[in-house]
Design a protein around this ligand. Sequence first.
Ligand SMILES: [Zn+2]
Ligand SMILES: [Zn+2]
Length: 87
Amino acid sequence: MEVYRCMNHSDEPAVAQCRRCGKPVCEQCHDQETGRCRYRCGEMSYGSSMPVQQRSTLWTVVVSLLAILGGLALLLITICGAMLFSY
Ligand SMILES: [Zn+2]
Ligand SMILES: [Zn+2]
């Protein structure tokens, strides 16, 4: 029977499989809390870079929408002013 070895330590027997990448990991490399390998997938789970990026994208959309609305309002005011002055 084949014994799985840790992907980081070739002399350590694997005690678990990473929940994310499925690689065998030893006790040292296995993160009990997340069930992931500590060095490859564990760090990614803590960094919340995706939500921050989505939030900033949302803000960019909101700001650009406001800018467009402001520009339209300015255009309307200009047109109304021109019409008022033309009479
Ligand atoms: Zn992993
Ligand atoms: Zn290991």
